[in-house]
Design a protein around this ligand. Structure first.
Ligand code: GAL
Length: 432
């Protein structure tokens, strides 16, 4: 989990040196010409890459990496397999079926953290330890991320980014017109919301259509009300879900929902973000892929702040790309993963995606003002894992958690939700 760093073992160091020596002796790949006629030599065939990145920003980021890949390997046909739906709501089920059915894509989107457990990695995924050693990645990804990426002692995915889930986006014009500042705590938030409501505006826009968005919003409220340490304890069993602070967080979320758009159950996260663009809604709590989405729309009228009460806390997640066991296009797959982990790949992908590099050596000048602020926060904040996006808990638990919150967003039964959350922790084997 984020938080504890790990020492490199002597064994790994030896492995790294060995791999470097080997790669120094390996024959060099024929270089593809930059643009122009397809290379006569070099890898050919296909590369199938599976993700849920179809929205503006996400798709643009992926395409930027594909463009580099096509330039390097012009004879390889990329199959961009996508299943739309935020947070992978639909994609993950399709992926599971493909893996267990013996029809895997070569590579697929996987959150760093406990999500990997869902895919039975020992059976269906390739370990990437050798690739990490050969590429020297343990030196360029932050230690906390390395810790998060290791599951049962192995690497299963190559991280391409870091996203932040606890961002409050707001329409700057609406705030300026009403003399408002971004709220720093929940009291300020509710005061701002009252002012906006009195003006006939929707204070907070949210979409809960896909079943993960309420859980996403609530994880940021949990981090705010419990603080970083107690929040972390929720996922390790150190903080019981019966804690009065969880009750308080549910009460806050319930009150937040009284200021939300009535049609939230019909909207996705990007439909909700559109309300901000159209000036119909003032605030939106969502991860920073929203920054990529706004950018793809050419919209610049947004401001940002940490979700009230979370200044100094960075609720983090990371997208990685995994390698399926039995992949049909092994060489093309490995070249894809190398690109995903490279500086060039990450500098092309992240400014469009609305995320910061997983690597520590990207050039900040390539990123917009929001992303530069995220880089600063990432380097100094307390980092805690997102549950809605695969980092904090195994998928089975995360799914139940999200379902409880989606129901709670409409029903608002605090006691029932809290009891169900505690039970989910027990069922996952983490709580007694
Ligand atoms: C997250 C994913 C992000 C973005 C978001 C919305 O789970 O990590 O990259 O795709 O869902 O779909």
């Amino acid at each position: 989990m984020f938080g504890k760093s790990r020492m490199l073992t002597v064994l790994l160091t030896i492995g790294l040196l060995g791999a470097l020596l080997l790669s120094a002796c390996a024959p060099t790949q024929p270089q593809a010409p930059a643009g122009g006629a397809p290379a006569a030599q070099g890898p050919s065939g296909k590369l199938e890459m599976f993700s849920w990145w179809t929205a503006g920003g996400e798709a643009d980021g992926l395409n930027a990496m594909y463009a580099i890949y096509k330039q390097r390997y012009p004879n390889v046909e990329i199959i961009n397999a996508t299943v739309a739906g935020g947070a992978g709501t639909n994609a993950k089920a399709v992926l599971s079926t493909r893996l267990t059915g013996g029809d895997p894509p070569d590579s697929f989107q996987l959150h760093a953290g406990l999500e990997v457990e869902k895919y039975e990695p020992n059976k269906y995924l390739q370990t990437l330890d050798d690739l990490y050693a050969a590429e020297g990645w343990e030196k360029v990804f932050p230690k906390d991320l390395i810790t998060l990426l290791k599951y049962e002692g192995h690497f299963w995915g190559v991280p391409v980014n870091i996203h932040r889930s606890n961002v409050l986006w707001y329409n700057k014009q609406i705030f300026a017109d009403n003399n408002l500042q971004a709220p720093a705590n929940w009291d300020e938030f509710f005061a701002v919301a009252e002012t906006l409501k009195a003006k006939g505006l929707v204070p907070l826009v949210i979409g809960t259509k896909e079943g993960w968005e309420a859980g996403h919003t609530f994880e940021t409220v949990l981090a705010s009300v419990l603080g970083a340490e107690k929040y972390n304890g929720l996922w390790t069993g150190a903080t019981p879900w019966t804690d009065p602070k969880v009750t308080e967080a549910l009460e806050v979320f319930k009150k937040i929902m009284t200021y939300a758009n009535a049609d939230h159950a019909a909207l996705t996260w990007s439909d909700a973000a559109q309300y901000l663009v159209d000036g119909k809604g003032a605030m939106h709590i969502m991860g920073d892929w929203t920054d990529g989405w706004f950018t793809s729309k050419g919209y610049t009228g947004y401001g940002w702040a940490p979700v009230p009460g979370t200044k100094g806390i960075f609720v983090a997640l990371s997208d990685s790309f995994a390698a399926a066991k039995g992949a049909r296009n092994q060489e093309n797959l490995m070249n894809w993963l190398k690109l995903a982990g490279s500086k060039e790949g990450q500098e092309a992908f992240n400014p469009k995606k609305g995320s910061i590099c997983a690597r520590t050596d990207c050039d900040p000048k390539l990123f917009n003002a929001y992303l530069q602020s995220a880089m600063e926060d990432w380097s100094r904040d307390a980092i805690v894992p997102s549950v809605a996006h695969g980092a904090a808990a195994i998928e089975k638990w995360a799914t139940v958690y999200k379902d409880i919150l989606t129901t709670f967003a409409t029903k608002g039964d605090v006691a029932a939700a809290q009891a169900a959350l505690q039970q989910a922790c027990v069922d996952s084997g983490v709580c007694k």
